[in-house]
Design a protein around this ligand. Sequence first.
Ligand SMILES: NC(=O)c1ccc[n+]([C@@H]2O[C@H](COP(=O)([O-])OP(=O)(O)OC[C@H]3O[C@@H](n4cnc5c(N)ncnc54)[C@H](O)[C@@H]3O)[C@@H](O)[C@H]2O)c1
Length: 378
Amino acid sequence: MAKKIRLGILGGGGDSLIGILHRVASQINDNYEIVGAVFNPKFEDNISFAEEIDIPTNRIYKDFDTLVEEEMKLPESERIQVCSVLTPNFLHFPMAKKLLENGFSVICEKPMTTTYEEAKILQATLEKAGTIFAVTHTYTGYPMVRQMREMVKQGALGKIQKVDVRYYQGWLNPVIHDKEKRSSTWRLDPEKAGISCCMGDIGVHAFNMIEYTTGMQVKSILADLNYLYDDNQMDIDGTVLVRFDGNAKGVLRSSQIATGEENGLAIAIYGDKGGLRWEQENPNYLYVMSDDKPLQVYKPGHAYNSKLSLDGTKLPPGHPEGIFDSMANIYLGVSKAIRGQEYNDGEFPTIMDGVRGLNFIESTVASHKNGNTWVVLD
Ligand SMILES: NC(=O)c1ccc[n+]([C@@H]2O[C@H](COP(=O)([O-])OP(=O)(O)OC[C@H]3O[C@@H](n4cnc5c(N)ncnc54)[C@H](O)[C@@H]3O)[C@@H](O)[C@H]2O)c1
């Protein structure tokens, strides 16, 4: 029996949104043991949170630099193998870079960095390090999203001609109209979040979803963003037209002021032979459409699904897969890579997805600021 992979966690304290998703997901397939962490910037909070969730406190460190320094003193057989970076965006780059330079593998939250330049530096750092790097575009872990990717790859839709992705949330509505609240939210602070709020936070998931499911690269974009208030420097809503090679086109709509919306990510892909439609809030149903057959609904766990999709289901059909399972599938893929086991293409988003994401975010803001002009992606 393989030993558990030694996992470190940065950020994701008890006060965070995403920490619990990573902690639970890392345990779902019995592959990881959390051995070290810096959950919060304050040491007392770190220790008390570790005690609360029953993680030994001897490797709970006062800050990130101390974690690296102390872990490097340990024999390799005891040292953290992979670290999850779950802090606000501006810390992803310095943390991930130093981790790679010291030989650790990294599971990094999105957006991978705050600038495209940093993303490319990280890519070069990974090439030298030769360790494993994943970006947690969580929704790629859903069995039916994986099925979409495989069906498109197998040609089930024919030639892709239209893509429509929407990611609507409403949580910023009560924040944005209150001057005090909007100046104290880190996602609206360029120092902490980077140059974009909506596109950087959720538009980037939608962009990744397009490239993950279609296997095609977006070639150029034109963006129209909304900031609502003059003192708000960060987009909170926007529409992006996308073009691929040939005549395939699409639209990416993203908003954090879509009042009342929760986590409304949805994608539809249309080819000359058929269409696929999937919604994150109803993730176990993949709608398969064609000109001449009744609507079909694909569900997880059935033998008609692809290997990539089936490798992401743990129970027989009828047991719904949710967001924790989706993230767990990414952790599973990373565990296979760390152990040198075979894994499917698409089991976890790579550094390239992170680099593409930053190319998208910066191009989107540039397009808007240049008066809604077309920008070619690298
Ligand atoms: N994959 C997804 O779907 C998804 C969803 C939500 C958030 N995220 C990403 O996860 C990251 C965190 O988002 P969140 O909503 O959990 O943020 P949050 O503000 O809720 O939590 C951030 C956590 O980081 C800790 N932290 C801050 N500075 C630190 C430091 N110097 N050292 C150690 N810990 C520190 C905070 O104490 C807190 O526990 C962001 O990059 C965000 O974009 C991804």
